[in-house]
Design a protein around this ligand. Structure first.
Ligand code: COA
Length: 334
């Protein structure tokens, strides 16, 4: 058995910055409400006419991650792509990456686990590397939310939160099993699927029915019971971080860097307080990007690393919670 280790990271966010003041011109909202409840100051939304999509942004982040890994695209053995906003209903974005990066005909897998998508994707890649089946795996998280949001006052409880962007990591075989990914922990609770959901179009409620219903049927916009999601998030985040620490006989003070999914700054601050972490033991960038779902953890990890906040030998913890509900954590020795 081997371990897997992140040897390259990259990110891409669209150029177009949308501030809270910009949103207040589209809907009845304001900078004070958004910052106070979520910590978000601005987000990136793909501009109309741009070539960017989840797959295109994922490819841009992936090229950077592969270059920084020192490998060539031809050294990659497998692709795992996490998104809830794929370019097509099918096929998934993973196969588009194989084509866009002109890679050999390697396998490509899409993961649909929403805000926990990158944690699930890393865990899948880690298992393939642990068993020796693959040596180098490209893991991508990317989201194109902005075109699917209700940008009127009706949708303000959801649309102000989400942003577009992508991140990528190259995972590689590590012979020293005291280094790299030490463990991953995955959970779900499907009875709450309808608490954060895009219900349509589904095969049993297809496009013509939605068009016919007109304004009566807005089930193609994301629905979120924000308060319920918030309450569950703080509990599950704490549990799954503790689970990872316990599994590796680590204590909360052993955490050098916690990268929580960027759902809401208040959730991250709650976790920071609960685990008595100093400001330099946790990384947040939701202020700049909003919630980029499957991309959020890998964009934050990339920025923390770029800013020199993650060093060799550090204990790094990734954790996420989101729609499904799904949640998970990754414990790594950098
Ligand atoms: N601007 C201004 N007012 C808004 C608003 C906006 N963008 N969105 C909602 N409001 C209003 C509501 O209509 C409501 O008004 P009312 O009291 O007159 O009915 C009021 O603000 C409070 O709404 P509520 O939804 O109770 O606010 P909240 O304190 O629960 O905060 C969230 C809302 C979404 C920020 C919060 O619930 C949250 O962050 N939840 C978790 C979300 C999350 O993490 N999602 C991703 C999962 S990974």
């Amino acid at each position: 058995m081997y371990n897997s280790k992140i040897i390259g990271l990259g990110k891409y966010v669209p150029e177009n910055i949308v501030t809270n003041d910009d949103l207040s011109k589209m809907m009845d909202t304001n900078d004070e409400w958004i910052q106070e409840r979520t910590g978000i100051k601005e987000r990136r939304w793909i501009k109309e006419g741009s070539e960017d999509t989840s797959a295109v942004m994922g490819a841009k982040a992936a090229r950077i991650a592969i270059e920084r890994s020192g490998l060539s695209k031809d050294d990659i053995d497998f692709i795992v792509f996490a998104t809830l906003s794929p370019d097509y209903y099918f096929p998934g974005c993973g196969v588009q990456i194989q084509d866009m990066l002109d890679m050999p005909t390697i396998g490509a897998l899409d993961v649909r686990n929403q805000c926990s998508g990158f944690i699930y994707a890393i865990s899948v890649a880690d298992q393939f590397i642990k068993t020796g089946m693959y040596k180098n795996i490209l893991v991508i998280g990317a989201e194109y939310h902005s075109n699917g949001l209700d940008k009127t006052t009706r949708g303000r409880g959801v649309s102000v939160i989400f942003g577009d962007g992508a991140g990528a990591a190259v995972l590689s075989r590590e012979e020293d099993t005291s280094k790299g990914i030490l463990s991953t922990h995955l959970h779900s609770e499907g009875k709450y699927a309808d608490k954060l959901i895009v219900a349509s179009p589904s095969i049993s409620h297809w496009v013509p029915e939605i068009i016919e219903a007109g304004e009566e049927d807005l089930s193609y916009f994301p629905y979120m019971d924000g308060t319920f999601v918030f309450k569950n998030a703080v509990v599950r985040f704490s549990e799954v971080i503790m689970e990872g620490l316990n599994k590796n006989s680590l204590k909360r003070e052993d955490i050098d860097m916690l990268i929580p999914h960027q759902a809401n700054l208040r959730i991250a601050q709650f976790i920071q307080k609960k685990f008595s972490l100093r400001d330099d033991q946790i990384f947040n960038n939701i202020q700049k990007y909003g919630n980029t779902t499957a991309a959020s953890v890998v964009i934050a990890l990339t920025e923390a690393w770029e800013e020199g906040k993650i060093k060799d030998g550090n204990t790094v913890v990734l954790a996420a919670f989101g729609s499904g509900f799904t949640w998970g954590s990754v414990i790594m020795k950098w």
